[in-house]
Design a binder for this molecule. Structure first.
Ligand code: ATP
Ligand code: MG
Ligand code: MG
Ligand code: MG
Length: 560
């Protein structure tokens, strides 16, 4: 590609709307442009990177024996009715109607679709195992789209679905995906670690998220400082300080038909409305004094009430009351947006208050929720781990860091196959539900995360494997015929040799060209200037300080 033919979209200014480096740089380098909140158009430079990441994903998926499909992004509502998720998915789903008033959605994920494909096309155990994947645009009406394509409303995902005849088969399929994910992120130059993740209602150690440590991440990840233990805080459970025995004595005195056990409550928070409420705050008696919700999570009164199995005659608490109740608490469970230390205060104050449930957001709280009447149970098992506590694996000390989820692998079991009647005939002629797994990678989020990890003050520093171009050839003076001739020759030769090369033949000052090349993050730069008189050009690596002078004849060896 020659830059004189390109629509060059680089910009000097840092766009006001972009808060984090990757978002700023994707705009400044001209990789993408915003069309609406959380919706972006990919410009040629961004598309090139996206395709390179997709190709790595595709190659590694194919190597595991998975087969590429492409399902429709538009999905009939009936499939979601069958699985029970049409209602459960909530406001995050983009819903549309056709001219006959039939329900459809723009797929946020495709478990239902691939379960449907399997039940129609796979009849016998002899056809198993099968793993089907696609690389496709997904739609989620995120409550708070932010950070560019890190959390957008339209994004590219690779999603794979495995179908096995038994649990052992699923274990193998799952492990294959796990290993493929490790290779994919390695090849992308991204430091992403698998961490134990919450598998909600399905239970067991059945889910792992691939996390990139990052200050701009939206998840909290627990790491052990002594061993390799790592888990999403939603999953990490501490050794309870308040024993179940202690809390049990508070139980069951007041029965109510609506009461949910804390186990159910925690499950609810973990699964159906995973993103909405997670922090239980309890006092010295092991009573919950508050249920906190992270501020950026979708939450409303009805949901909180539903979570508790119906809460009657409650009033919204004032902010001050909420503060008082939470500052009175002595323990908590779940990721929190508040300082742990501030919770370690007076029990007396705590006892003056009944429970408060809601979000850490003005106007989203109920007061006087009654433990026992409105919900009941024990909490010992469900307390999430906190900074400095003992590692559940080795007893060492844990630390908590922010992370971005770039991938998620999950053993589904028969959750969807049972709900949707997706069966095969086994060795004994019996009909059995498929044992399923699902495996996602946020491709566009991966691109942003690579930039987040690989940039400096001058721009992006692409790892070679995903760089939009590997080499930029820059004639210092585009009006100098000799320089242009040599640059053209180097450009043409590298192209013939299969190098992804770009030549900046624009009639711009050399400084402008260097700046753009650095901003776009091209890993290698060949500068064609006055030294051609001695048969030499300058060679510079994007992530090196120094420029080397090399013979023109050595360019190819240096590049490869
Ligand atoms: P998050 O916790 O960040 O909301 P998720 O758990 O809802 O993500 P999954 O349903 O597990 O996401 O989807 C698989 C992958 O798709 C995620 O690991 C992530 O990389 C990517 N992804 C999910 N939501 C978005 C989004 N709004 N924008 C970009 N990528 C996303
Ligand atoms: Mg999500
Ligand atoms: Mg998640
Ligand atoms: Mg996930």
């Amino acid at each position: 590609m020659k830059m004189s033919n390109m629509l060059v979209l680089t910009m000097k200014e840092v766009p006001a709307e972009a808060e984090i480096s990757s978002h700023q740089l994707m705009l400044r380098a001209g990789m993408m442009r915003k069309m609406a909140s959380g919706i972006y158009n990919y410009m040629p430079l961004g598309l090139k990177v996206l395709k390179k990441v997709e190709d790595i994903v595709r190659e590694e998926m194919n190597n595991t024996g998975a087969q590429e499909f492409l399902a429709s992004a538009m999905i009939p509502g009936e499939l979601w009715q069958e699985s029970g998720r049409w209602d459960a998915y909530g406001a995050e789903m983009f819903r549309v109607k056709d001219r006959n008033d039939r329900d459809f959605c723009l797929g946020p994920t495709h478990e239902e679709v691939f379960t449907d494909i399997a039940r129609n096309e796979i009849k016998s155990y002899k056809q198993l195992p099968i793993n089907l994947y696609q690389i496709q645009t997904k739609y989620r009406d995120e409550r708070r789209p932010r950070f560019g394509v890190m959390r957008s409303r339209e994004f590219v995902m690779k999603d794979a679905y495995s179908f096995d005849k038994d649990q052992e088969g699923l274990d193998i399929s799952y492990n294959k995906m796990h290993d493929a994910y490790v290779r994919i992120f390695n090849r992308c130059g991204l430091d992403a670690k698998p961490v134990e993740a919450d598998s909600g209602a399905i239970g067991g150690s059945n889910s792992a998220e691939f996390m990139v440590k990052s200050e701009v991440g939206e998840d909290d990840v627990v790491f052990c400082t002594c061993c390799d233990y790592a888990a999403n805080i939603e999953k990490a459970v501490s050794t309870p300080e308040i024993s179940q025995e202690e809390t049990k004595k508070d139980l069951g005195e007041v029965e109510t038909p609506n009461a949910r056990t804390i186990e159910e409550l925690v499950k609810f928070f973990n699964t159906t409305e995973k993103k909405f409420a997670k922090t239980l705050i309890f006092n010295a008696d092991g009573k919950i004094v508050a249920v906190m919700v992270r501020g950026d999570r979708e939450v409303n009164e009805t949901k909180v009430a539903n979570a508790l199995g119906g809460v009657n005659n409650l009033q919204m608490a004032t902010e001050a009351e909420v503060k008082k109740a939470t500052s009175a608490a002595i323990g908590f469970a779940g990721p929190i947006g508040i300082n742990v230390d501030t919770l370690l205060v007076d029990n007396e104050v705590a006892n003056m208050y009944n429970f408060i449930v809601g979000a850490n957001k003005t106007g989203y709280h109920y007061e006087n929720v009654n433990y026992g009447r409105d919900f009941k149970g024990t909490l010992g098992d469900f307390r999430n781990i906190t900074e400095g506590e003992k590692c559940p694996k080795c007893g060492g000390e844990v630390t908590i860091a922010r992370g971005t989820e770039v991938g998620h692998i999950f053993k589904l079991g028969t959750k969807y196959s049972e709900a949707m009647n997706a069966n095969f005939i086994d060795e004994n002629g019996q009909s059995k539900p498929f044992i399923m797994g699902c495996y996602g990678i946020g491709v566009t989020r991966t691109v942003a995360s690579i930039i987040e990890q690989n940039h400096d003050e001058n721009g992006i520093v692409w790892p070679l494997a995903v760089a939009p171009y590997e080499v930029s050839v820059i004639p210092v003076n585009s009006k100098d015929e000799e320089q242009m001739k040599v640059a053209e020759e180097i450009y043409a030769q590298l192209k013939v040799l299969g190098v992804d090369v770009i030549m900046d033949d624009r009639k711009e000052r050399a400084g402008v060209k260097f700046k753009d090349s650095d901003l776009m993050g091209i890993p290698m730069r060949i500068t064609v200037g006055k030294k051609i008189a001695e048969g030499q050009v300058e060679f510079k690596l994007r992530n090196a300080e120094d420029t080397e002078t090399i013979n023109i004849a050595d360019v190819y060896n240096r590049v490869k």
